[in-house]
Design a protein around this ligand. Structure first.
Ligand code: URA
Length: 431
């Protein structure tokens, strides 16, 4: 195949299971970003990648092509640049807690985050439930906020990894999310373009994650660590559980509320613990001193929360609204049919339920409803009485309520006993 393949040739080659060269991938991605290659051909190619996969060399080349589709930030003038990325889960609001915590510990968190993807939520959608918050920052403002506050989070922009912005939105609505090379290149292109020197990757595993098995999660972690290390970054990964949602809130505004509570030292326990583990990993990767006691003191003293408020304000967010973010007006309580112990709470079904209430997208660029979502009163291991509320659904005039209730009813299993999975399966990968 020539260096500038026609898009149809890329589709046919991948459909037949052939490997692309780095030059072919570079040209294809450049063509997509400059508008020469249309969405429908890229969508067909993505589906072929889902089925046929990619070699390690292709994945690395795709990552570099995506990272180079825009600017690659040089953050060398900022102290201790650290970053974190999760491969996507349900109720995962760790960035909102971790970023200001790291900044208060001496790191600079200059981070590019995504929107919701498939059944998972995205940090940018969550932050935009704060009135006034602006996630579309240009290079100059991104640097200024990073320098002045120590935390900045931007969404995908025309400047940074624009190829990932386009591919991410296309994958979200074409059933092409669950692919190791596509996830690895999406995550790592953003991390490389974002410019941080030390990175921790939270690779989720379980029903609510894109990687359903520990084996697949380990393979994804190893691929991403290898790409980052090759690019000269300090990268560590952990594998964390996503069989059930993280925390008790799922939905954009609800998750910001829960993150705020966590920064105020009001839990929930699993969210705080995961943030502490991620902080320990990335600060160690950056060669900064770190102890559990110092991290806990940074939360308990209010320093992490104070940094959070400065960060939100610097990006235009109204910090006076944090205690009263707009929830959808209507509620429905899902009740336990029998007494017992919650033995299963399927994260995938909970994520889908939040999506059908209006919290996710079914078409590219669709508006989402920040106020809808689910509060989980009972999680795996919790005892429940017959008729007790397992969860509250926040909905708008019944939109999606029937489907969400059906999903959530199936998500819960109440039995005689429970064996909760560990929150963190492995850590220190790449360290
Ligand atoms: N997070 C990303 O940034 N990209 C993916 O493809 C999955 C999770």
């Amino acid at each position: 195949m020539s260096v500038e393949p026609r898009p149809i040739d890329m589709i046919l080659a991948k459909r037949a299971g052939h490997a692309h060269s780095a030059a072919e991938l570079e040209a294809f991605i450049a063509g997509y970003v400059n508008g020469a290659v249309p969405d429908y051909q890229v969508a067909a190619w993505l589906m072929a990648v889902c089925w046929r996969g990619m070699t390690d060399a292709e994945t690395a080349a795709l990552t570099l092509a995506m990272a180079r589709s825009g600017d690659i930030l040089d953050l060398g003038d900022l102290p201790n640049t650290v970053d974190k990325h999760s491969t996507g889960g349900v109720g995962d609001k760790t960035t909102i807690v971790l970023a200001p915590l790291l900044a208060a510990m001496g790191g600079t968190v200059a981070k590019m985050s995504g929107r919701g993807l498939g059944h998972t939520g995205g940090t940018v959608d969550k932050l935009e439930s704060i009135p006034g918050f602006r996630a579309g920052l240009g290079d100059e403002e991104f640097r200024r906020v990073a320098r002045e506050v120590g935390v900045v989070v931007t969404g995908q922009s025309k400047d940074l990894a624009p190829a990932d912005g386009l591919l991410y939105a296309l994958r979200d609505t074409t059933g092409t999310v669950e692919s190791l090379p596509l996830i690895a290149s999406s995550v790592m292109s953003k991390k490389l373009a974002g410019g941080a020197q030390s990175i921790v990757l939270d690779v989720k595993v379980g029903s609510g994650a894109f990687m359903k098995t520990l084996h697949d999660a380990r393979t994804l972690a190893a691929a991403m660590v290898a790409i980052g290390t090759l690019a000269g970054r300090n990268v560590r990964a952990i594998l964390s559980g996503m069989a059930q949602p993280l925390g008790r809130m799922v939905g954009n505004a609800l998750e910001v509320e829960e993150a705020v509570a966590c920064l105020r030292g009001e839990g929930p326990e699993d969210l705080l613990e995961l943030c502490l583990v991620l902080a320990e990993e990335v600060l160690a990767a950056a060669g900064l001193p770190v102890s559990r006691a110092a991290l806990l003191d940074t939360v308990a003293s209010g320093r992490a929360f104070e940094r959070f408020e400065r960060w939100i304000a610097a990006q235009g967010g109204d910090v006076t609204s944090l205690d009263k973010l707009a929830r959808a007006p209507d509620t429905f309580a899902l009740r336990a049919r029998r007494a017992g112990v919650v033995s299963r709470l399927d994260a995938l079904a909970v994520g889908r339920a939040a999506g059908v209430l209006g919290g996710g997208r079914s078409k590219k660029g669709e508006a989402i409803d920040a106020g809808v979502g689910i509060e989980l009163h009972a999680k795996v291991g919790d005892p429940v009485a017959a008729g007790e509320a397992l969860a509250t659904l926040w909905h708008r005039s019944g939109r999606g309520l029937e489907a969400a209730t059906a999903l959530l009813t199936d998500a819960y299993e109440v039995g005689e006993s429970a064996a909760p999975e560990p929150l963190v399966f492995e850590r220190g990968i790449g360290g």
